[in-house]
Design a binder for this molecule. Structure first.
Ligand SMILES: Cc1ncc(COP(=O)(O)O)c(C=O)c1O
Length: 376
């Protein structure tokens, strides 16, 4: 197995011990050079034919995602972030808000932004059915209780930001399908750290971003829609790039793009997608399976030395966990200070301290973390 140290050198170096991939992944070392050659150089040299070049870069972004997730490039549509992708998607559902089939299922442990978006959908006539935060979303019985024929869409977070629980997406998508409901999967917290195969999941739609484990920075979200479903979805939030021919310029003729591009909008922000493409390619080249193995080895190392007064909030079983260890301490404040003193970058949420070893994390850095956690 290649030495993970080789991969650490592909990311920017820092004096800190960086365990924040659940929030923002470290930047690849060549990010600036890549943006220079794939965005600024072309812009400087040929203002005339800039659109085709920019659109080629966005096509590369889609191809990079397709390779990573085992999907087709033209099924992806670039988005600013997960929240806006969700908003566009749910407001495009085919007539459900007016029919008896207008319930959307989600859980109280989803990222709050998703809750904010879905709550607004009640203004369009949808009803929300929320699986209570105390119910474990990895327990399929809760989903089975919530999904019935009144449900039009099921929102599934692959890996939860607060507990790092990982749900069985494939099975929940199957339940949704059995009740003729659309499944929407949020992979913001799992893309780049847990191997993902869209063919296996058979979801209807997947939304995500590149800022976390994909190390691709902000502004490069994406929406993937199953090809067979696209023609039934008519987004309300759109723009000239949602048109089947964006360069037609006839104000009296709008025709939805016949691909996921109908979810696009106005002038795309090109630069974030250029930066993200480089990162996605790097993560894919290293291999998500290898990154995952390295992450699990470091998590195991830390777990083996967890002090007695600590409680692991994220699942013990690696099969039910994303890349983050969420740990609750009796004296959380004091532990946080110790970590800070040791130069460890982490954060804390309602359920505890979050620590995320990525491919650039060295075992000595985890040892320093163990040391900081065990100081009395
Ligand atoms: C599961 C999950 N979904 C979504 C987001 C962020 O959404 P957005 O891209 O709209 O900022 C996060 C951020 O932490 C997240 O953990």
């Amino acid at each position: 197995m290649p030495n993970p140290l080789d991969h650490a050198s592909k990311f920017v170096a820092s004096d800190d011990i960086y365990l924040l991939a659940h929030s923002i992944g470290k930047m690849p070392k060549n990010a600036v050079a890549y943006a220079q050659s794939h965005f600024f150089d072309t812009w400087q040299s040929s203002a005339e034919s800039i659109w085709p070049q920019w659109l080629t870069e966005i096509d590369s972004f889609k191809s990079a995602l397709a390779d990573l997730f085992n999907a087709e490039a033209n099924e992806f549509c670039p988005q600013n972030n997960v929240s806006s992708a969700l908003s566009k998607l749910v407001s495009s559902l085919p007539g459900s808000a007016r029919s008896s089939k207008r319930t959307i299922v989600m859980t109280e442990n989803d990222f709050p932004s998703a809750g904010f978006v879905l709550q607004q959908m009640q203004k369009l006539g949808y009803t929300l059915r929320v699986i209570d935060k105390h119910k474990d979303p990895t327990d399929l019985n809760h989903w089975a209780d919530a999904i019935n024929d009144s449900v039009c869409a099921v929102f599934i977070t692959h890996v939860h930001y607060n507990t790092n629980r990982r749900v069985n997406v494939q099975e929940i998508c199957r339940m949704a399908r059995a009740h003729d409901a659309i499944s929407i999967v949020d992979i913001a917290q799992s893309a780049g750290i847990v191997p993902i195969d869209f063919q296996r999941w058979q979801a209807d739609a997947v939304i995500g971003s590149c800022i976390k484990w994909l190390c691709g920075g902000p502004g490069a979200g994406y929406l993937w829609v199953r090809a067979g479903l696209v023609s039934q979805l008519e987004p309300l939030d759109l723009g000239w790039f949602s048109h089947n021919n964006p360069f037609e310029f006839d104000i009296n003729h709008f025709e939805y793009a016949d691909s996921s591009n109908r979810f696009w909008g106005g002038t795309p922000s090109v630069l974030p997608f250029v930066t993200a493409t480089n990162s996605i390619r790097l993560i894919h080249e290293i291999g998500v399976e290898q990154i995952r193995r390295h992450n699990l080895a470091l998590c195991d190392r830390l777990l083996a030395h967890l002090p007695e007064q600590a409680t692991l909030v994220s699942p013990v079983s690696a099969n039910q966990r994303g890349g983050t260890l969420v740990i609750k301490f009796d004296q959380q404040e004091r532990i946080a200070q110790q970590l800070q003193k040791s130069g460890i970058l982490f954060d804390a949420r309602e359920y505890g301290i979050r620590l995320s070893p990525h491919v650039y994390t060295q075992s000595e850095e985890i040892d320093a973390c163990i040391q900081a956690l065990s100081v009395n």
